[in-house]
Design a protein around this ligand. Structure first.
Ligand code: ZN
Length: 183
């Protein structure tokens, strides 16, 4: 992008880019929701619940799964949205070449050491995923697998909390609700 975007322009450009990159994907859940609903929800929650107004953080939240789940590269994000946003998205991306067990362990470890903005995005991401274990679970997930996911998400969230009281409380509320429904 040759001209510098306004904050609002940056967030809209991120939404447009992310929608295009995820265009052929659906969430794993039984409701077959378009994938883009998830990153938009993550960003919307950061703003509405957490009061986050920083366009860099909100744009990175909208883009947070593009490296991990589409063919997007960090270089591409850096060119279009700047180095800060590219670095944030990299921070919250898993290495899909690893075995899922290593990936989960590393996600817990990496999140706890990530930058404050990356931890906020991660926390909102986990809140969205925990909500989905109740409202829109993958059709082939057993009850036990859904419960195991909650345990995992709580460990990731533990490393991300302490930055924003409202987002911490929102995660706790959604987790307690999910536990209540999946008992
Ligand atoms: Zn996500």
């Amino acid at each position: 992008m040759t001209t510098k975007l306004s904050d609002l322009g940056l967030v809209l450009a991120a939404a447009h880019f992310s929608a295009d990159k995820h265009r052929d994907q659906r969430r794993k859940g039984s409701r077959n929701t378009p994938y883009i609903n998830h990153p938009l929800e993550v960003a919307e929650r950061l703003n509405r619940i957490g009061g986050i107004e920083d366009a860099t953080v909100l744009a990175a939240a909208i883009l947070h799964d593009t490296i991990e789940d589409t063919e997007t590269t960090a270089a591409e994000l850096s060119r279009l949205f700047g180095a800060d946003i590219a670095a944030l998205v990299e921070e919250v991306s898993d290495d899909k070449d690893l075995h899922w067990r290593d990936r989960k362990r590393l996600e817990i470890e990496h999140s706890a050491q990530a930058s404050p903005a990356a931890r906020l995005i991660k926390l909102s991401d986990k809140t969205s995923n925990v909500a989905d274990t109740v409202a829109n679970p993958p059709g082939d997930w057993t009850l036990q697998r859904r419960r195991d996911y909650l345990t995992f998400a709580e460990k990731v969230a533990d490393g991300c909390r302490g930055l924003n009281g409202q987002l911490d409380a929102e995660f706790d509320r959604i987790l307690a609700e999910a536990r209540g429904k999946l008992r």
